[in-house]
Structures are given as C-alpha cells and as structure tokens.
Ligand binder design. Structure first.
Ligand SMILES: Cc1ncc(C[n+]2csc(CCOP(=O)(O)OP(=O)(O)O)c2C)c(N)n1
Ligand SMILES: [Mg+2]
Length: 892
C-alpha cells in the first residue's frame, strides 16, 4: 500500500487550496449547484485558453454521486426490512448448503446474492412494479448467480414451497425442483429472462427498453414510465456484449433503462481489476457513452467523516487505492484500516481519531446501505433523458465471515462448517439455536408475523410479485390462406430467388388486416442485400427521433424513410443487437401481451456462427418468430468466399431443441412453412421458432403440385418422379435449397445419357427428418410390446426403388444423419470445407455438388450394386469432365 500521500505540485500551500474550496462552498450555499457547476465549467475553459493542459477525464472522484445532504428520507421500516433481508440471506444460503449435503458437488452460489442482497431488497420493497391489468410493469433482469436469493424471497412470499427449495438444482425429483439459474423454459411461470450466460442480459435489456419504446411509438401500447432494470456483475462487464450497445441506449435516450452493477470488485477467480479500479473504469465508459452514472460507494457511517474532511483529502485518498487493496481493507480489522488507510496522512488519522477500531471495522459500503441504495434508485427512476447506471460497491460473500467474505475463493463456496453456520446465524439474527442451526433448516416466520405481513404489503403496494411470467396475448384467429395463396402458384417462368419470394411475402404480410401491424422486420444493415429497400418507404424505418433531415434520395421511389412510427428495425451492423430485438419482439406475447411476429433476416453465416448463444437464450425464453438466413448456401452465394459462404448454419441449428430449421428450394415451400409457423406459434401457442434459409440464386419458381404441404413441413416430399418408372436402372435423388435444381438436372442427364430413371425429392428439413427418426426409435425402444412405428423417411422410401443419392449446400452430415432409416446405402454430397471466391458453377464443381457429381454418385452406386459395368462409370467420368485427382475441398 502506498503510504505516501502525494505532495502538492510546485509546493502549493494547503491554505491556497483551502481558500478555493471555501469559496466554492460559499457559492454552493448562496447560489446552488447549477451556478457552482457553471463557474467550474468557465474556469476549465479559461484554463484551456491560457494554456493549462487539463487531462481529459470522464471520471468523478471516488465518492458517492449523491451527497448525504441531498439524500431523500428512507420511506420504509428499515429495521423490519433488515430482518426480512436476513431471513432471505439465510434461506438462500441454506438452499445451497443443503443441496450440496444431499448431492455432493451439485453446486450453487452463495456469495453473489450475499453481496447483492440490499440491492435487490430495496428494489423489491420500493421499486419493482409488477405487471397488472392496468400497468405493463417493470422488467427485471436478475443476475443469474443470485438466483438462490430470488428463490428465497419467493419462499417467504409463499410462492415457492420448502420442498421446491429443498430440490434446488434437482429439478427431476418428485414434485419438481428449482432450476440452477433463471430459465423460462424450465420455470415458465416464474422466470422471464435467461441471464446466466454473462453479457447477454445487459444487451438484451437495452434492446428490450428500446423495443418498449418502439411499441409505444407505434401506438401498440400506451407510453408509460415502466422501467427495465438489469442487474449485472462487475466481472460480467468484461464480456464484449455487456458494454457493446451502451451508446444505443444513450442515443435513444432510454431513460426507461437502469443498470445496477454490483461492484464487489471480484469475479470468479479473484479481483476484477486488482491493479486498477473497476468502478472508475466503468464510470468513464458509461459517462463517455452519455449515461447518467450514480456511484454508491460509501455507507452512511462514512458521512460524518466526510463532513469533517473539509480539505477533500479523504476523497483523494480513496481515489488512490487499487481494488486489490480495497478487497483486503474491507474485510480487515479496524486497527488495520486505521493504520493502512487513514495512516497514510496524519490529517486523515485525525479525521477518525474519535472513532473506535470497532466502529472503523463497521464502516459499511454503499451497496450494503439501504438508505444509499434507495437514494440512488430514486434518482435513477426520476432521471430524464438518458439511461442510468448505478455502480454499487459491495463485498462479495458479505456476511460469510471466515467462510469466504471478500476472499478470492468465495465464488465457489458452497459448504459451511458448524462454526461458520452459527456465526452467520448470529450475525443476521436468525432465530435458530446452536443445534438446529447446523442442520441449516429453511426458516419462514408465521404467516401473521410482522415480517411476512410487511413483505406482502410492500408487494401489494407495488402491484404483486416479481418475477412472474405469464402469457397474456390472445391467440390469432385467421387462417391466412388468402394471404399465402398467390405464392403457391409459382412465378410463371420468371426467375426469382427465394429471398425475393420471401420479401414478396413479407410485403404482403405487412398489409394483412390481422398480422400486418404485428410483423416486425429486423435487419442488420442488410436490407438492400436482400432487396428489401422497397419496404423502407412503405413500412418506414423506426426512429424515435423521426426524420430530422431530408434524405439524399428523397426524390426516388424507394427513399430512406425514417419515422417515429416506422415498422422496420434497421439495427445497423449488429447481429447481436438485432437478435436482442428479435428476442424482445418474439417474447412480447408474454412480456407485453402483444403477438408481435419478428422476421430477422441476416447474412446466414453471421447468425448461428456468431450469435448462437443469443439464439440459445431465445429458445430458453420461448421466443417466437422467424430467423431468415439470407444469402445462404456455400456454393449458392458466389464470390464472397471463405468467411461468407455458409454451409454450416443448418448443422448449428440442430442442437437448439425448439427451433425448426428449413432449407427450402421454392417459393411455395416457404409460403407453406411460414403460414404453418404463424399458426403453430401464434394460434396454437407452441413454443417453437423458425430458421429458414433463403438464397440469392434466381430461377423459375414452380407452382405447388398436389397435396405436398404435409411433406414440406415434415421434411421431404417427392417433387418430380421419374418419367419412365419402368426402367431397369432406378435411383432416388434428394436435393435441398438451390441444389435441388442440380438434382433435377442430374435427373435429366441420367435419363437421357445413361438410361437411369430417377425420382427427385425436395428435402426441406433434415432436422425434421432426424427428429422424427430418433423419436420413432425411442418410442419403439420404450414400447417393445406394441406395433413398431416407422420413421417418416422410411415410409417415404418404402416403395422407392434404386440407389440413393443426396446433395445439399451444407455439410454431408445432414443427409448422413438420416441414412440409417433409409432402405439402402446413401451417397451424400455436400459442402464440407472452406468456401472460395468464385462463381456458382466453379464452386459447385469444387465442392462436388453439381449435376455432374450427382450423376457420377448415382452411377457409382449402381456400379457398386452390380447394376452397371465399370466401363460405363469410367466413360462417364470422362464425359462429365470430372478430374479424379482434383483437390479435396474438405481440406484444401
Ligand atoms: C459467458 C459466461 N462465461 C463464464 C461464466 C462462468 N461464471 C459464472 S459467475 C462468474 C463470475 C462472475 O463475476 P461477476 O460478474 O463479478 O459477478 P459476482 O458473482 O461477483 O456478482 C463466471 C466467470 C458464465 N456464467 N457465463
Ligand atoms: Mg463481481
């Protein structure tokens, strides 16, 4: 620790400084803070003009932003709230300790909530307004690792049973348990937002706050003063997503957004910034980004000391310590604090002269002082014009004493010995005797106790309980047959891409009486890529500021129209931000009771590959809507090369359990999928969402022939049967997306040149086929006595003769994963490997997925089956112009 208080520059006298400070004090007193601020501003300008080089700093001193004299009265019963908080602390700890006694290493966290308890309790008792019939309610993103505390409160509120607490992290026990972290998928009546993958919730909260404004600006809900609160860890702010969108929040003047960052200065392994100051670092980042920053560093016990410090020495000293030193100080004895903190200067020592070591030890930090936290929250909710971040200093593992308070190991602490339990019990006054206490029982006072009565009355005053998730949107009623009908007819020879076809559908949906208003098109600066610019003018681009300028292209038909009631969310180059908007819009059926239907269209390579964790969170949140992977297909997107060409996303969509992934080839297939998707999600309320890849290769869109809707949705149907079904040589070709056309060309080559009659199938979804296959196998395994079920693929191919060849613009794994339910060996062609900057034909040759390679694969299968001579195969290789020693695309 640095014991030298730095000397004043150039021998400046204390008196001189004192005089300046006193005159500022007198201005403050006589004319108020605005005038004082004006004088300081003028002084700064004057100094600059006179060549004084003042270093830029977005920081304020290491002190509370709200001085004690401006602090409002605390409106609650502080003692009672402390007792309630203590009970919650106990039950949260008990939950984790008990769970780990029953099941070694089941995990759970004590120290995160221990440090954040006051931050949450002030919110629960005074700020978080529940959703009611009349009011939309505040939205709270709870820090994932604090979940034991949130459960413990719900237990006191009578919303979660002791049995459920007992089964924390053991969700499969009879009667159910509690999920480790906030997961709406697992606890759909309780949790609203999955937050535990760190960094996602701050970004989601920003876009949620912006989406709330969007709904109001479009007249879809009344404008209210509802707030979005997001609780984060200080370590969490290292995730790029955490701070990645903070300028959007200030640009959009989101004063409905409040971040509370629990600055316990620790993360999992150790200090967040041992050699620096995370609070000051965050302050400058947020202030620089235009946020209202409120620091809550010191508790009320410090107020009189600050008052005695007329020279500003104490604040200066506070600014000198690095976090590693602070971490040690806050858990040290009073004597240590006196010597190592105040001892750096005799004048500082004098400030605390009248205080005992014990009272020095008891100096609280701001984040543990309800009065300071209340003052900050009140200022935050009243603040206008920009979002607020509260930086609250706390101690990680507060109250754990020797078991981990402020220690580097505290994050992982799950077990307390008997002494530690008794100490915790005594410190927080839990009415349990020494013996009972070591059993760590859950403790809930009687229903008519003052604690429970108070807790209930506070929540009643705030409209009910939080968190609580409910689905309030009314199901849609229309069937939308009319809307989608025209897309079943084909393009009558006109060459269009599936992207164009989709945009046509979007345009029509936007005009529909029932869903028109509900559609939320989302683009990450990619609308022109997808030919969506015509929507700029008709639907408008949402801008909370309207359009303050005349757009440069105002005289053109498709000018860039921004409007306050614009419908398109043009997010700029942020797939993560766009996804956060998708999540906000796709979960509005629950959060707002409004069935908004998001269509997020993006470069498919920058979707799952880049923001898969957000997609996973969306799945957890039961988000509804459509993700459109544009310009997809490794060989269909020509020119763009290795980073852009997507042959991966359908693989990456596989693990997301509730996403339905389709790789359609034709406009009518897309129409069928979207129409059915709207029905499933918004009429029947299924918790699924959709991933549809669309491509930019133009070709004539055929009309839908026959009753193939069911096949499209289930994953495959026979698109064009062989002309000569009686031929001796038979084959079944499976194509997906734009590669279906290659299969169709191969069908012709095979028939005309080699006498092979092939049926061509459109495989719209390998994922659907795979899920059906594994589900069928599972059912058969579990029901051996019943008539075995048959996978859909097997049924389709029951009477389909000949060899089997599949080709897609994705990895060969896709067809391979369903081949075991096929009647014979399957030859799979696909695009494993890095893309190339090339044209489509060259790419399809390189990746061996064009009609020539499909033909070759078919002939090869026939040869292996002994149906054709080797010489036919050899000649075909030559005739098709295939080089046997060409580079292997997988590894080149
Ligand atoms: C994306 C991600 N990476 C890593 C983790 C694992 N993890 C859980 S808690 C934690 C430390 C949290 O520190 P901080 O954000 O400061 O929260 P605190 O518990 O101190 O309040 C880590 C690394 C995670 N949950 N999510
Ligand atoms: Mg932390």
């Amino acid at each position: 620790m640095d014991n030298e208080l730095s000397t004043q520059p150039h021998g400046m006298e204390d008196v001189e400084i004192q005089e300046w400070l006193e005159s500022l004090d007198s201005v403050l007193e006589s004319s108020g803070p605005e005038v004082a601020a004006e004088i300081l501003e003028r002084l700064r300008a004057h100094a600059t003009v006179n060549g004084i080089d003042l270093p830029f700093s977005a920081n304020t001193p290491y002190a509370n932003t709200i001085p004690a004299r401006l602090q409002p009265l605390f409106p609650g019963d502080q003692e009672l709230e402390r007792r309630i908080k203590s009970l919650i602390r106990w039950n949260a700890l008990a939950m984790v300790v008990r769970a780990n006694r029953v099941e070694h290493n089941i995990g759970g966290h004590i120290s995160t909530y221990a440090s954040a308890a006051t931050l949450y309790e002030v919110g629960f008792n005074h700020f978080f307004r529940a959703r009611t019939e009349e009011f939309e309610g505040d939205t709270v993103y709870f820090q994932g690792h604090a979940s034991p505390g949130i459960y413990a409160r719900a237990f006191l509120e009578g919303r979660i049973s002791a049995q459920k607490l007992e089964n924390f992290r053991r969700e499969l026990k009879p009667g159910g348990g509690l999920s480790s972290y906030p997961h709406p998928w697992l606890m759909p009546d309780f949790w609203e937002f999955p937050t535990v993958s760190m960094g996602l919730s701050p970004l989601m909260a920003i876009y949620q706050a912006r989406f709330n404004r969007y709904l109001a600006d479009r007249g879809m809900k009344p404008a209210t003063d509802a707030k979005v609160w997001a609780y984060l860890g200080d370590g969490e702010t290292d995730e790029p997503e955490s701070l990645g969108a903070i300028t959007l929040a200030s640009r959009e003047k989101l004063d409905n957004l409040i971040f509370v960052i629990n600055c316990n200065l620790q993360r999992l392994d150790g200090p967040v910034r041992g050699n620096g100051q995370i609070i000051q670092e965050l302050e400058s980042a947020f202030r620089g980004a235009g946020w209202n920053v409120i620091k809550v560093l010191w508790g009320s016990e410090w107020d009189p000391i600050f008052e005695r410090d007329t020279g500003g020495l104490l604040v200066k000293r506070m600014g000198e310590l690095v976090d590693g030193e602070y971490q040690k100080l806050v858990v040290s004895s009073g004597a240590y604090v006196r010597e190592h903190f105040f001892g750096s200067d005799p004048r500082l020592l004098q400030l605390v002269e009248p205080m005992s070591d014990e009272s020095l030890r008891r100096l609280r930090l701001g984040g543990h002082d309800p009065r300071k936290v209340y003052a900050a929250y009140k200022a935050a909710v009243e603040h206008k014009g920009s979002p607020t971040v509260i930086l609250a200093r706390t101690i990680k593992g507060y109250g754990l004493g020797e078991a981990g308070e402020g220690k580097n190991v505290t994050h992982q602490q799950k077990k307390l010995n008997e002494d530690e339990l008794r100490e915790f019990r005594s410190r927080f006054g839990i009415p349990l005797n020494d013996e009972d206490c070591i059993e760590v029982p859950f403790y809930r006072p009687a229903e008519d106790s003052v604690e429970i009565q108070y807790l209930r009355s506070r929540r009643e005053a705030l409209g009910g309980y939080v968190p609580k998730r409910s689905v309030r949107a009314k199901p849609l009623v229309a069937d939308h047959d009319e809307l989608f009908k025209e897309f079943l007819d084909g393009s009558e020879g006109r060459e269009v891409s599936t992207t164009m076809a989709f945009v046509g559908m979007l345009r029509k949906m936007l005009k529909d009486a029932e869903i028109g208003k509900l559609v939320v098109p989302i683009v990450p600066d990619e609308a022109r890529t997808f030919g969506m610019e015509s929507l700029f003018r008709t639907a408008g681009i949402y801008s909370s500021a309207g359009q303050k300028y005349e757009p440069v292209d105002v005289n053109t038909l498709l000018y860039y129209k921004e409007a306050k009631d614009g419908q398109i969310l043009e997010e700029g180059i942020t797939e993560a931000g766009s996804m956060a908007s998708f999540i906000a819009a796709g979960s509005a059926y629950a959060t707002h009771g409004i069935n908004t239907i998001p269509f997020f269209i993006y470069y498919s390579m920058f979707g799952f590959q880049r923001i898969a964790d957000f997609i996973w969170a969306a799945a957890d949140m039961r988000t509804r809507g459509f993700l459109l992977g544009g310009t997809s297909g490794r060989t269909t997107l020509s020119g763009e090369g290795l980073q852009h060409q997507d042959g991966n996303s359908h693989i990456l969509a596989l693990p997301v359990p509730n996403i339905k992934a389709y790789d359609p080839a034709f406009a009518y297939e897309i129409a069928v999928i979207i129409q059915d998707g709207i029905r499933r999600m918004y009429k029947d309320g299924e918790n699924v969402f959709y991933y549809i890849t669309v491509m930019n290769e133009p070709y004539a869109m055929p009309a839908m022939r026959g009753d193939v809707k069911d096949g499209i949705l289930r994953g495959m149907y026979r698109f064009r049967p062989a002309a000569n079904a009686k031929a001796k040589l038979r084959a079944q070709l499976f194509g997906s997306g734009a590669i279906l056309n290659e299969a169709l060309r191969a069908q012709e080559i095979l028939e005309t040149k080699y006498g092979v009659a092939a049926d061509v199938w459109s495989v719209t979804s390998y994922k659907e086929l795979y899920n059906d296959g594994i589900e069928t196998e599972r059912w058969n395994r579990l029901h051996p006595g019943e008539k075995a079920r048959v996978p859909y693929v097997t049924k389709c191919l029951a009477d389909a003769p000949g060899v089997l060849v599949a080709a897609s613009d994705y990895l060969k794994t896709m067809p391979n994963m369903i081949s075991k339910w096929m009647p014979r060996h399957l030859a799979s062609l696909g695009t494993d490997g890095f893309g190339r900057s090339e044209g489509r034909a060259a790419l399809r040759d390189f990746f061996e997925v064009d009609s020539r390679f499909i033909t070759l694969a078919t002939l090869h299968e026939l040869f292996v089956d002994g149906k054709i001579e080797r010489s036919v195969l050899d000649k075909a290789i030559t005739d098709l112009g295939i080089h046997a020693d060409k580079p292997n695309p997988v590894i080149s």
